[in-house]
Unconditional design. Structure first.
Length: 434
């Protein structure tokens, strides 16, 4: 996580001051619940809330931790300095550090997910707008990077919209799965703390109580969360790769917006490079890099160990901050993407009707020619287009074996572009609704 690829709203979630504020709220709410149960005096629970307006001194907590070698104890010591040792006597009653740490991490992940969901809404809106804008803009579809058959730019955007919409649903599910809290004490048995405390704290902080925790919240929840972020990152790269291809000089069907004063190369003044989408490809790799460590965190020794802790301190902010930046960058790219319909049409016609080969093949079989013979007839005429720059339609019209099965009118009809776009409306209604 570096400032170059970070947005402040997301980075604030992972700042020490935010973390300590959440720790404090967990401890204060737990004291309230303990007071309601009669485990601690009500006056002590109220005393904890006197620190509500306090800005916790991060440097002081670090100073204490340098001695204690324990971050939660360092925080609790600092809290006692603020509210008084006697008043803080029952703070953390019956709790263990993971109750605070794991519940806090899940709160942070939920908050991060909410930002990411808003990011996805922006991207989805951009994709939808461009899809309808270019619903009928014909371009060549490609398989293996080679011209295949006509499609539309709108369908390209619609395809990406549907993919991102699935990703939004996945993230909503991942958010729900990770929105649990645990205040269950050492090894998770509630031996020294009543389950009511966990229920109360979770209710106050918008979480569900973890059904069974073993001093830690099960890490399969987090593995699914980071796996979902990895899938979203892959989808970002999917869009970025398409745009990078379209911006290649010999293709140039679309390009990133090139602002006034922008420079593409320190050596070549003519350059207009797809730097944003190349950047997105790199950022996607960084997000996916966090998935395997999250998977490996699932297997912990017995009721707990802390092998997961150092991993999560890194991957949680890195993955969410980077993905937040990437989603917003991609939304901006899509919103401002410059599209060239005329170039799309020119590219499609570069090989003079060749992309209509399947229609001719099917027409020949419908006319009674065997599929093997029909394929041979179409391919031998298609190869002349590849190798000699011939016109595919003219070759077909001059081939007696073809004209024996199909009339000139039937051959000409097979070169109607509208044939390939007749079901665009059906696909749009499936993606976007009626």
């Amino acid at each position: 996580m570096i400032p170059r690829y970070a947005r402040s709203e997301m980075t604030q979630i992972w700042e020490p001051a935010t973390k300590f504020r959440i720790w404090y709220e967990i401890e204060a709410h737990a004291c309230d619940a303990q007071a309601q149960l009669g485990v601690i005096p009500e006056a002590n629970a109220k005393a904890v809330w006197t620190a509500q307006s306090t800005t916790f001194d991060v440097e002081r907590i670090d100073e204490i931790e340098a001695v204690t070698k324990h971050d939660v104890i360092a925080f609790l010591t600092h809290l006692a300095e603020i509210i008084g040792n006697e008043e803080a006597r029952f703070v953390h009653q019956g709790m263990t550090s993971s109750d605070v740490l794991d519940t806090t991490l899940n709160i942070q992940l939920v908050r991060a997910a909410d930002i990411l969901l808003a990011d996805m809404d922006r991207l989805l809106a951009a994709l939808k707008k461009r899809a309808f804008e270019h619903k009928e803009t014909v371009r060549i579809g490609r398989s293996h990077g080679i011209h295949a058959e006509p499609t539309t730019m709108g369908l390209t955007f619609a395809r990406f919209y549907a993919e991102m919409d699935r990703n939004k649903a996945r993230l909503q599910n991942a958010r729900k799965e990770v929105a649990t809290g645990a205040i269950s004490g050492a090894v998770g048995t509630f031996a020294n703390i009543d389950p009511f405390v966990e229920e109360h704290v979770c209710r106050k902080l918008g979480l569900e109580p973890e059904p069974i925790s073993t001093q830690v919240i099960p890490r399969d929840r987090h593995a699914m969360f980071f796996a979902t972020l990895g899938v979203i990152a892959s989808s970002i790269e999917n869009v970025a790769i398409e745009i990078r291809h379209m911006q290649r000089t010999e293709v140039l069907e679309a390009e990133e917006f090139f602002s006034k004063g922008q420079k593409g190369s320190s050596a070549m003044p003519h350059k207009r490079n797809p730097v944003l989408t190349e950047n997105l490809t790199g950022l996607s790799r960084l997000v996916r890099m966090t998935v395997i460590p999250a998977m490996e965190n699932v297997a912990l020794w017995h009721e707990r160990d802390i092998s997961h802790s150092s991993v999560e301190r890194g991957i949680a902010p890195d993955a969410t901050v980077t993905l937040d930046f990437a989603l917003n960058r991609l939304a901006g790219v899509v919103e401002n993407l410059v599209i060239y319909p005329e170039t799309m049409l020119a590219n499609m016609n570069k090989f003079k009707g060749l992309v209509m080969s399947q229609r001719v093949l099917l027409a020949l079989t419908q006319a009674g020619v065997s599929r093997e013979d029909a394929y041979r007839l179409v391919q031998r005429n298609a190869m002349k287009v590849w190798e000699e720059g011939a016109d595919f339609r003219e070759q077909l019209l001059a081939d007696p074996d073809v004209t024996q099965a199909l009339s000139a009118e039937e051959i000409n009809e097979k070169f109607d572009l509208g044939y390939h776009t007749k079901h665009v409306e059906t696909i749009f209604s499936r993606v976007f609704g009626a």
